[in-house]
Design a protein around this ligand. Structure first.
Ligand SMILES: Nc1ncnc2c1ncn2[C@@H]1O[C@H](COP(=O)(O)OP(=O)(O)OP(=O)(O)O)[C@@H](O)[C@H]1O
Ligand SMILES: CC(=O)N[C@H]1[C@@H]2OC[C@@H](O2)[C@@H](O)[C@@H]1O[C@H](C)C(=O)O
Length: 349
C-alpha cells in the first residue's frame, strides 16, 4: 500500500482465513519503507508526466515494488500465496471516469516471482462508481464493532452502516495539508502536532477551507491530489501567517469536517469512532477531534500496527476475496451499478 501522504510503502504479511463463515486475520510481519525525496517527488509530480513517461514509471515502480516484496520475503523467510498491491494513485478523476495507480502488476510479479492481484479500482469506475474508498469492505468484515471507522491519511475518509448498507466517502483534508505546510520548511510532518498546538486560529483561512465546494456534495464522493492542488493549495498560498497558525487552523478544519459528518450520522450514545492512519498519531489532532465530538462519541486510537497497517491488511483481504470470487467492492459506498469482485491477477514469468 502506498497512500496519498507519500510517506512510503507499507508491506504487511497477513494470514486471512474463515472460521464459521466469519473472516479472521492476523498481521504476522510488517515493514514500512520510507520514500527517498527523489521517489517522493517523482510520484507527486507524476500528474504532469507525458503518457510515455507515466507508462515508464508504471513499469519501473512495479519492478521496484517487486524488489521490495522480495527483500521482505527473504528477510522474514515468508511463505506467500499472493501479493495484493494497491500501487500508488497518480490520477483520480472519478467525474471523468478515470483513476490510475502506478505499479505494473506484471512487473511486480516478475520481480518477486509471486502471483499478484492489483488494479482494484478500475472495474468500479467502469461500473460507474467512484473507485474509492475501497477499505470500507474491510471495516465491515473486520472492524464492525465500531459504529464509525475514520482513516486519517493524506485524505480523511469515514465508513459506517446505515440500515445494513455500508456508507463511506472521503470527508476531505487530513495530513495532505499539514505535510504541505511543514514541507515548506523541509519538515516531513508535524510530529505529534506540536507545532500546530502552539498556533492560533486564523479565522479567514478557516472559513475559506470550511467553505470548499466539495463539502457540500452528497456521497458517493471521493477526491484525489488534483482537488488538493486546484482547490486547497491556493488558499494556503494566499494566507500570510506563521507556520504554527497555518497548522493549527488546518487541524481545526480537519476536525470540524470530521465532527460534522459524525454528528450528521449519529448512531447511539457512547458510540465509538475507530481512528487509523498516521493522523491517529497526531495527539493535538486527536485531542481537538475528541473536544469537538463531545462525550457522545469516544475516539478510539488502536494499537500502532492497526493504525499504520489497516489499509495494507484490507488490501490483502480484498485480494483473498478476489481469488474466492467474492464481493470486495461495495456499490453502496462507490455508487457503482453493482457490487463487484475487483482486481486483476498477474502470474509471474
Ligand atoms: N507521530 C506523528 N505525529 C503527527 N503526524 C504523524 C505522525 N506519524 C505519522 N503522521 C502523519 O501521517 C502521515 C502518514 O499517514 P498514512 O500513512 O496513514 O497516510 P497514507 O496511507 O499515505 O494516506 P491515505 O490513506 O490518504 O492514502 C504522515 O505523512 C504524517 O503526516
Ligand atoms: C483514489 C485513491 O487512491 N484514493 C485513496 C485516497 O487516500 C485516502 C482516500 O483517498 C481513499 O479514498 C483512497 O484510499 C483508501 C486506501 C481507500 O480506497 O479506502
Amino acid at each position: 500500500m502506498s497512500g496519498t501522504s507519500l510517506d512510503g510503502l507499507d508491506l504487511a504479511y497477513c494470514h486471512i482465513w474463515q472460521k464459521k463463515e466469519a473472516w479472521q486475520f492476523e498481521i504476522k510481519e510488517t515493514k514500512s519503507i520510507k520514500y527517498s525525496s527523489d521517489m517522493m517527488n517523482t510520484l507527486k509530480n507524476a500528474i504532469d508526466l507525458s503518457a510515455e513517461k507515466l507508462l515508464e514509471l508504471h513499469n519501473t515502480y512495479g519492478t521496484w515494488l517487486g524488489e521490495q516484496v522480495l527483500n521482505f520475503v527473504n528477510e522474514n523467510l515468508l511463505q506467500v500465496d499472493y501479493i495484493a498491491s494497491h500501487g500508488h494513485t497518480t490520477h483520480h478523476r472519478p467525474e471523468m471516469g478515470l483513476t490510475f495507480q502506478v505499479g505494473s502488476g506484471q512487473h511486480l510479479a516478475n520481480a518477486c516471482g509471486i502471483k499478484v492481484i492489483c488494479d482494484f479500482r478500475t472495474n468500479d469506475l467502469a461500473l460507474g462508481g467512484q473507485g474509492a474508498p475501497l477499505v470500507p469492505i474491510g471495516d465491515r468484515i473486520f472492524f464492525s464493532q465500531y459504529e464509525f471507522c475514520l482513516n486519517l491519511g493524506g485524505i480523511s475518509n469515514v465508513s459506517f452502516e446505515v440500515k445494513d448498507k455500508r456508507i463511506a466517502y472521503d470527508i476531505g483534508l487530513a495530513n495532505m495539508i499539514l505535510n504541505y505546510i511543514t514541507r515548506k520548511v523541509d519538515l516531513e510532518y508535524d510530529e505529534d502536532g506540536n507545532l500546530a498546538r502552539r498556533g492560533q486560529l486564523n479565522h479567514t483561512m478557516l472559513e475559506k477551507l470550511n467553505n470548499l465546494k466539495y463539502y457540500l456534495l452528497p456521497h458517493p464522493k471521493s477526491i484525489g491530489y488534483e482537488w488538493f492542488l486546484e482547490e486547497v493549495v491556493p488558499i494556503v498560498e494566499e494566507t500570510e501567517d506563521t507556520l504554527e497558525n497555518l497548522l493549527h487552523t488546518s487541524v481545526h478544519h480537519i476536525c470540524d469536517k470530521v465532527a460534522q459528518q459524525i454528528e450528521l450520522n449519529f448512531k447511539t450514545k457512547n458510540q465509538q469512532l475507530l481512528v487509523t492512519g498516521g493522523g491517529a498519531l497526531n495527539s493535538f489532532l486527536i485531542e481537538t477531534l475528541q473536544e469537538k465530538l463531545g462525550e457522545t462519541t469516544k475516539v478510539v486510537v488502536p494499537e500502532k500496527i492497526i493504525i499504520e497497517f489497516k489499509e495494507a491488511l484490507v488490501f490483502a483481504l480484498m485480494g483473498v476475496l478476489r481469488i474466492e470470487q467474492l464481493t470486495n467492492v461495495l456499490s453502496s459506498v462507490t455508487g457503482a451499478k453493482k457490487d463487484s469482485s475487483s482486481g486483476v491477477l498477474f502470474i509471474p514469468n
